[in-house]
Design a protein around this ligand. Structure first.
Ligand SMILES: C[S@@+](CC[C@H](N)C(=O)[O-])C[C@H]1O[C@@H](n2cnc3c(N)ncnc32)[C@H](O)[C@@H]1O
Length: 185
């Protein structure tokens, strides 16, 4: 299922304080992101999760944040600068068809695909690219908003992930979200 890309100005709403109450980035990410980790976050938007991932990964880690909308990346870069996290966060604009991270193949510990997969043009191609970028044993944490993505559509997403070679396990409980962790074996 490929949906409409979220307009850039909605990025500001995604940063709102109310969201933090229901989807606390530190609480969601801390079981997954350890110091020194190399994290890739496609569809990062303005970085609601990115900055917290960078704090958890620490200066010896790296968070690559990619998005197809330059305005999302611009806002993320300004936020990373204010938070003094520019040594850890590397932000990139990418086209819709690829994350454009071939230089990272086989090096990423964790991919965060949050509120993204329903917007990509081809979920199976997306997951194949994710698989390529992960190191052996790396994982991909997928969250999709249950309000936009019905259960049947999410099941199609999981099928696409399985066709790309992932095994699927249940993720942590996150408010009104579908949550899974993909393992590449
Ligand atoms: C609903 S927003 C979620 C943003 C962020 N992950 C969050 O949870 O706050 C989806 C983001 O994915 C980006 N996006 C959509 N399709 C994309 C694609 N094919 N490649 C990269 N980014 C994409 C959009 O520009 C938007 O910033």
């Amino acid at each position: 299922m490929a949906g409409r890309v979220c307009p850039w100005w909605l990025g500001y709403f995604h940063l709102g304080p109310i969201r933090k109450i229901f989807e606390n980035p530190r609480k969601i990410l801390s079981p997954f992101v350890n110091r020194g980790m190399r994290v890739l976050e496609p569809g990062c938007g303005m970085g609601f999760f990115t900055l917290e991932a960078a704090r958890l990964a620490g200066p010896e880690g790296r968070v690559y944040a990619v998005d197809l909308q330059p305005r999302m990346i611009g806002a993320l870069e300004r936020r990373a600068l204010r938070a003094k996290l520019t040594d850890t966060v590397e932000a990139r604009v990418c086209p819709a068809e690829t994350m454009g991270v071939g230089d990272l193949d086989g090096t990423i510990d964790l991919v965060l695909a949050f509120c993204l997969v329903h917007e990509v043009p081809d979920a199976e191609r997306f997951f194949r690219e994710v698989r390529q970028v992960l190191r052996p044993g790396g994982r991909c944490f997928v969250l999709e908003p249950a309000m936009h993505v019905k259960a049947e559509a999410f099941e199609e997403t999981l099928e696409a992930a399985r066709r790309a070679g992932f095994s699927v396990t249940a993720g942590p409980d996150v408010h009104k979200s579908h949550s899974v962790v993909l393992e590449s074996g």
